[in-house]
Design a protein around this ligand. Sequence first.
Ligand SMILES: [Cu+2]
Length: 302
Amino acid sequence: MTFSRWTLSAALAAGLSVLASGAFAQAVDVQNAWARATVQGQKATGAFMTLTAPSASKLVSVSSPVAGVAEVHEMKMEGDVMKMRAIPGLDLPAGKAVELKPGGYHVMLMDLKLPLQKDTTIPLTLTFKDAKGVETKKELKVPVSQTAPAGATAGGMHGDHGAKGHGAAPAPKGSDSEQIAAVMKKQFDRPDAPLSVAPVTVLGNYAVAGWIQGGKGGRALMQKDANGWFISVCAGDGLKDAKVLQTTGMPADHAAKLATAVKAAEAKLSKDQLALFASFEGMLKVGPAGHGAAAGHGEHKH
Ligand SMILES: [Cu+2]
């Protein structure tokens, strides 16, 4: 029974307890599963993992008692706009690892019943269908964390940056602006496309940071929680608009003050630089709560 032993040790290595209800020999291998922690009031998040099916199969549905709605989503860049939508099934070719990661395919957990707290686990049931149409279910206990754990892929601002394994890195030091620049660079800086971050406008636990990378640009809404600064939303001109800032859950007076401060900080920038900041279309909710709760996800039909 080499195969079943391999499956079990792989599951244990991933820190999961796995119970397959179908024929055990057909079990799809699950590695590095994790779900993104959420803050109070956040209604949606993502879960990620690497799936390897022994024979051609499909991931046809997902469910979790913590979410009113759970779907398999794909994310794609269309021009400069990140869009995501539910897909009826995710193809799992025989023996090929298929990655569900931030910025790519993911399990979308919506209508959350309660906040997902880091260092807890959530139950997640995956339903697979093989080439003969036979359905198999797999019950997982998925660890909740703020960022991709070591071994899992972190994804990137443009969906093409791949893993940097930054989940285990220590929190950056320095002023708020320095910490924010460090957080953004850690995730998106590349030797072939350096990321420049400026200006950074900090107001309380929120900040707006302009960024430019390889002829593209935008603004990032940063938020600070007990674990430090994280990227909350990527957008363009929306992040200097008080009304749009409010849609991220920011109190109205705070949004107004932040919008005014961002405009003041950017007052001496060149027209070209402002045009780059404006060139990021739409709004991409990043984390720590995944995406989906943000405005401007036009294709998100729920
Ligand atoms: Cu999604």
